[in-house]
Design a protein around this ligand. Sequence first.
Ligand code: ADP
Ligand code: MG
Length: 695
Amino acid sequence: MKVPEIFGSLVFNDAAMREHLPKGTYKALKKTIEEGKPLDLNVANVVAHAMKEWALEHGATHYTHWFQPMTGITAEKHDSFISPTEGGCVIMEFSGKELIKGEPDASSFPSGGIRATFEARGYTAWDPTSYAFIKDGSLCIPTAFCSYTGEILDKKTPLLRSMQVISVQALRILRIFGDTTTTRVETTVGPEQEYFLVDKEVFKKRKDLIYCGRTLFGARPPKGQELDDHYFGTIKPRVSAYMKELDEALWKYGIYAKTKHNEVAPAQHELAPVFDSSNIATDHNQLTMATMKDIADKHGLVCLLHEKPFAGVNGSGKHNNWSMSTNTGKNLLDPSKNPRENIQFLVFLAAVIRAVDEHQDLLRISVASAGNDHRLGGNEAPPAIISMYLGDDLSDVLRSVMYNEVYTKKDAPIMETNADVLPNFVKDTSDRNRTSPFAFTGNKFEFRMLGSAENIACTNTIINTIVADVLCDFADELEKAEDVPAAAEALVRKTLLEHKRIIFNGDNYSEEWAIEAERRGLLNYRSLPEALPHYTDEKNVKLFGKHGIYTEVELRSRTEIILENYAKIINIEALTALDMSKKDIVPAVTSYIRELAETASLVKSLNIDTVSLPEVELVQKLSNLLACFVKKIETLEKAVMGAKEVEGVAETAMYYRDHVLAAMQEMRAVADEMESNMAAKYWPYPSYGTMLFSV
Ligand code: ADP
Ligand code: MG
């Protein structure tokens, strides 16, 4: 197999367009893509025809508008190309209208109360900036999704809006600094994706994994991740075969799958692509997650994307590497050789710093999910407190700006290997803090709080919007300045002095930091129900309204959807836990107790002179635990029932966290204790050890 030959072979990309479209049509389409102009229907008809011919050549029989509703995953409804002709025959047809617009029934997608069912129609609209591709015999056309009344119901539209807004504002800054050639600024994203692989047969025996994607019970195995022997460890043949097929599948979709390695927890792995424009990176990440699951199935494996499938070992996240670059290919966050003299870079950097400080709430909200709540605040992922890491070099530069000090660039430290055959290294000072939630890593920021299952669109919409908002303010000020460099320097100084509290170069996992952060007045929303209600704070309604990202109605609907979804997830988890407890765990424990009791009475009947029987002791212990467990079941059942009485989505979500989730955790503790004291053959589920070391 030659990679360049298969790369993008399932994508109607630029090369395919050039090959299959008449010259004039190709040019018109390119113009649309580059300048964001609406597509003429005549052009669309020609494009649709060529796309269909290409798709048929590649074995496709159907087409689908592929979109990203508020469910967090992608949606598709497949229509075949067939069109009846005389004599009971068919021809394969696809029109420009079908390419550009779809009208799926939207009534069953989350809308947060935006639509009544009588106006349940929704529209999908082609996003020509993301290439169509073939998946499972269908031509998939990336589209936006909105309601009949025009409110957006998806994650792509706000992202596209935010990309446009940040481009406009960043261009204003570039013009101020004399750049007359750049016509567009693009945000770029490289998402690193973590995941777990478990054996399918093992998975099938765990109702919690099937219904919830995470384990609700499970005693600690004798070995977890304490030896650090899995991280970057040799990849096992079965996993390696999986990764190989995954890479190939992704390459065919034109996805730049680049890096793969074992992660910290047993059975945990990571895949990172080469970065791309935010919109493409988002589509590709959705497609990557779906493909990971598909390919796993073929290998007798299941890919778990949940943020916390297993207690006691690391959960999975997604690092969102983010930057801005010009259409001429210049990275605006590249500090260059002498960042102290690079005032344009400092302006962009200061804008990000202020944006993150002013909108900690939004960044926290953008990564809130029921699954991710298990990570943030645990001692593995960054904590729920947002702070920024800039590294020693940049910190020196910023100090020099803030306090008018002379800046002397320190020489990069050399690491001596002291072995003649090895070269010495220049140490990289930019990225030595792995605990920071928002770290500057050379020429980009790495936002590390995202959960592995999340759609990265939301986070990137927010980063783009908050940075655009500050750039807008900066541009307003600098456009009026007579001496631009002096005004810019003053602006950067003022910004840094006002927002330096957000910068923290130390250990974000330490307890001292939580205290220090509180002293600095930084936010610490530990869970989704605490964070989400702030989505619609006046500051945020204004921000999104000003830049045309969300109307207040859209923002309220989104808030409601997320809160409702949280409550629903915990509810499903609670019902699953109850089902497992009553149907499997209690019967298993009683069977074992019975065996022990029978053994005890048999031994007793032998009239051996013993003080006490170990069987009896164990029966006692397990009976006590079982009695306790049954009480916990009752408490959880009551908690679940009680949720019906709570009014309001925010209140309901909070109730689920405080009562239902808490009751589940207590119940689990008892179950795990029983599992530890039971014969393996009586325990109804594969153990943690089996799951984590099954592949
Ligand atoms: P690490 O594990 O050290 O964080 P990786 O190589 O796993 O590094 O991931 C870094 C990610 O950052 C890659 O996806 C890479 O393409 C991406 N990246 C690099 N430069 C940029 C940039 N300018 N904008 C956005 N993402 C970038
Ligand atoms: Mg990485």
